[in-house]
Design a protein around this ligand. Structure first.
Ligand SMILES: *Cc1c(COP(=O)(O)O)cnc(C)c1O
Length: 353
């Protein structure tokens, strides 16, 4: 840190992304990426022509992509905002809808970025503990009269809230934005997108990083009432109007032309998830019922940290979190069936069976 950094940023606790080691080939089950490559139409869109077009600025309005998203999700282009990863949208949302001194509620155990953005923008964060079974109690968010951010399904637990519970939260906080982060919704959750037509305070955020195999492309989007989208656009045109690059715009638009390919991959992941859950339970693990592309699992016979370390020695990366309440757990991304068999075999060896 230099002596020039402004005081307000000196104590900021930054987000720690999952490891992306470059030293050797791991079976990477630690950052919830897809094990499948982008589809053929998506890859074909990242072509030489588009490469040559890099000399030109990209479309600041992201028209083609937003039209494709609007069609896919049954809304209008004006209800869609696209950005350089959903992290960018979350950042803007904390800035736009909470800001300095504003209150925000989110689950204490959830996506680690929420507290970072709250801190960055001087918001007063009220992290709410999960219930004993790691689920979210919708009653903790109903009628609270603050900005609310909920990952649904939640990470790293994998548990989902029902659409009725989400609606109750949105309906009972009419004077504040409720942001539902649906990064994992394509793996079995119920999307709140249809509710955006009914509630002007609901913003739904999704990403191409998980279900659409484009984590490295950096593409996220939000759907909501036109007014909310305009608010996000206001921040974009005050910071970085060309925030989406040409290659990502082309790839994202093409991905929606072959959405069936991605949704089929989600089905394969859901099947591998069921197989892995059963296999881990047979090894005496506690495994939460997941609606995501990962499992959250713990064993009484080995600490979460030790299992993480021993898997890494065997070339398999999973995600371990140090927080007291979940330190016995690991978050295991669902890969291909073959990768999951390798994981289970390694766990079996580590457990001495
Ligand atoms: C992965 C993830 C994101 C970030 O998505 P990007 O679009 O890659 O920035 C946001 N929220 C949750 C809950 C996630 O798990």
């Amino acid at each position: 840190m230099s002596r020039f950094l402004q005081k307000g940023l000196q104590s900021l606790e930054v987000y720690t992304p999952g490891e992306q080691p470059q030293d050797k080939q791991y079976i990477k089950l630690n950052t919830n990426e897809s094990p499948y490559p982008p589809g053929p139409k998506t890859l074909a869109a990242i072509n030489r022509q588009e490469g040559e077009n890099l000399r030109l600025y990209s479309d600041p309005e992201c028209t083609a992509l937003r039209d494709a998203l609007a069609q896919r999700y049954g809304v209008e282009r004006g209800n869609v905002y696209a950005a350089n990863g959903s992290d960018d949208i979350l950042n803007f949302a904390f800035w736009a809808f909470c800001g300095s001194g504003g209150k925000v509620r989110f689950p204490e155990i959830s996506y680690g970025f929420y507290s970072v953005f709250a801190d960055l923008h001087g918001c007063v964060a009220e992290p709410i503990p999960l219930k004993e079974d790691f689920s979210i109690d919708p009653g903790d968010y109903a009628g609270v009269n603050t900005f609310v951010v909920i990952a649904n399904p939640n990470a790293p637990t994998g548990l989902a809230l029902s659409l009725d519970a989400v609606e109750e939260i949105v309906k009972s906080n009419p004077n504040h934005v409720v942001l539902i982060d649906e990064a994992y919704v394509d793996f079995g959750g119920e999307s709140a997108v249809p509710l955006t037509k009914k509630y002007e305070n609901l913003l739904v955020v999704q990403t191409f990083s998980k279900s659409r195999s484009m984590a490295g492309g950096r593409l996220g989007f939000a759907i909501g009432n036109r007014g909310l989208i305009e608010d996000l656009e206001r921040l974009k045109y005050s910071t970085n109007p060309y925030c989406l690059n040409r290659l990502t715009l082309a790839a994202g638009t093409a991905a929606l032309l072959e959405d069936g390919y991605y949704m089929d991959n989600c089905k394969k992941i859901i099947a591998a998830r069921a197989w892995t859950k059963a296999a881990l339970e047979a090894l005496d693990f506690t495994v939460l019922p997941s609606k995501t592309n990962f499992l959250f699992a713990a064993s009484k016979k080995i600490s979460g940290e030790e299992l993480y370390r021993k898997l890494k020695e065997r070339g398999i990366l999973v995600r371990h979190f140090g927080k007291e309440r979940i330190k016995n757990y690991n978050r295991i991304t669902i890969g291909t069936q073959a990768q999951m068999e390798a994981l289970v075999q390694a766990v079996r060896e580590i457990m001495g069976g």
